[in-house]
Design a protein around this ligand. Structure first.
Ligand code: HAM
Length: 418
């Protein structure tokens, strides 16, 4: 029996990778316009990095991390997200001294032991971007504009940006007490998990998927009513800047996010076409994170986009294509050999060339050309070779003409650009 892959760990097959490449290169292109530089972080970190930043009482740290002891006895964890690692690298290399304002992005796999379903995997990929060192609401607006512009570039349909402010620890403490008191009165109606959350981290109850718990939250107090003057002013400024830029959003005062490091602005992008796992991106401000992992107080804000979900949303008619520019068919031993050299020459000229390696019949090569979806086929036989010509067939119009071999590179390039 063939050994199978692991549940929740997906292969990305060649027919799909063109989309991944397209999404990644568009991200790099757009993020560059905003002055973001790429940072690459390791797959493994000390477990305590995530425990102290994401928070012990979250689902991620509590039950989803891939944690193990390595041969030296150290507790290590496969990264479940990128923000904590990026902040760690920023502090560890003294970048905060050299670059007090930094804009970084990262693309790569993350690991969470969740129940796999459509749009939810145990190894998944994120496109992550962070602005470190800026508290000003312009950083919040900038990260959101970049996210929205990127999704617009990809023409992702039916998406909505939801915004909330989670305040700072000073506003959250009285809010936490209030929500705890409110829910204690309804404690019997809460599920077992939420009864536990009620003591450890009552805000997490907003994340519970059970209808009974959600119903009890119907008229719960909301954090926006507890923001102090600074946090309220910050949130109003962010909204004002977004309006100036014509970015539409909706306030969602019940969005608390699944990680504990957030302060002030928090947001999610929800996609109408994704079913249950409908958050295509999420993020927010984390002004306390640097201190939580032992550093100086450095503010930050960022987002992460779930790449699998983003790719599910890509319209089939997008501008990515895995088809060759031209298929080269040859007839006879000499043409096969010469054709092989011509294929390399055309590739050298920037054309994507496919060919048959096995000396099959012309009929079989034409079938292969058809399957490859190449818009043009070059047919090279002994006779053409002798005369210095090649037959160029347009697969859409089913017409063909003879072109001098020496001109074929330029001719194909013109056709490709036209
Ligand atoms: P997050 O909300 O946990 O935030 O994840 C961001 C996105 O990753 C989600 O909106 C979703 O699209 C995708 N995602 C999460 N879990 C899975 C999964 N099991 N399978 C497939 N996709 C998934 C963060 O990770 C924060 N680090 C975001 C951030 C950056 N905050 C500030 N900076």
């Amino acid at each position: 029996m063939i050994i199978k892959g692991i549940r929740g760990f997906k292969d990305i097959l060649p027919e799909e990778t063109e989309k991944w490449f397209f999404v990644e290169s568009e991200a790099r292109r757009i993020f560059r316009l905003f002055g973001f530089a790429e940072i690459r972080i390791p797959l493994l970190e000390r477990t305590e990095l995530f425990a102290r930043s994401i928070g012990e009482a979250t689902d991620i740290v509590g039950k989803e991390m891939y944690t193990f002891r390595d041969r030296d006895g150290d507790s290590l964890t496969l990264r479940p997200e990128a923000t904590a690692s990026i902040m760690r690298a920023y502090l560890e290399h003294g970048l905060h001294v050299k670059e007090p304002v930094a804009k970084y992005y990262f693309i790569g796999p993350m690991f969470r032991h969740e129940r796999p379903q459509k749009g939810r995997y145990r190894q998944f990929h994120q496109i992550d971007a962070e602005i470190l060192g800026v508290q000003d609401p312009q950083a919040d607006a900038e990260i959101l504009v970049m996210l929205v512009r990127f999704l617009e570039t990809l023409k992702i349909p039916n998406i909505a940006l939801q915004l909330n402010s989670l305040g700072c620890p000073a506003c959250r403490e009285p809010y936490r007490a209030e929500i705890q008191a409110f829910l204690r009165r309804k404690q019997e109606g809460l599920c077992e998990d939420c009864q536990r959350r009620l003591e450890a981290n009552p805000l997490r109850i907003f994340d519970c998927k059970k209808e009974a718990c959600q119903a009890l939250l119907g008229d719960a107090p909301i954090i926006l009513d507890f923001l102090d003057e600074d946090c309220r002013g910050h949130f109003e400024d962010v909204q004002g800047l977004l309006r100036d830029l014509g970015i539409s959003f909706a306030l969602n005062p019940r969005m608390v996010r699944g990680l504990d490091y957030y302060t002030r602005t928090a947001f999610e992008v929800i996609a109408g076409d994704l079913g249950a796992q409908n958050a295509v991106a999420g993020g927010g401000r984390y002004d306390g994170l640097a201190k939580d992992i032992g550093g100086p107080p450095i503010p930050g804000i960022g987002f992460a986009i779930g790449m699998e979900r983003l790719i599910l949303l890509l319209d089939g008619a997008q501008a990515f294509s895995s088809r060759p520019d031209v298929f080269l068919a040859t007839l006879g031993e000499r043409a096969k050999r010469e054709g092989f050299s011509w294929a390399q020459r055309l590739r050298g000229a920037g054309l994507r060339v496919e060919l048959d390696y096995e000396g099959k019949s012309l009929k079989s090569q034409m079938r292969k050309a058809d399957r490859s979806k190449a818009p043009y086929v070059l047919i090279l036989g002994e006779d053409e070779l002798h005369r210095g010509y090649v037959t160029l067939r347009n697969m859409a119009t089913q017409t063909q003409e003879e072109v001098p071999l020496a001109e074929i590179g330029n001719r194909l390039k013109n056709l490709k650009m036209g």
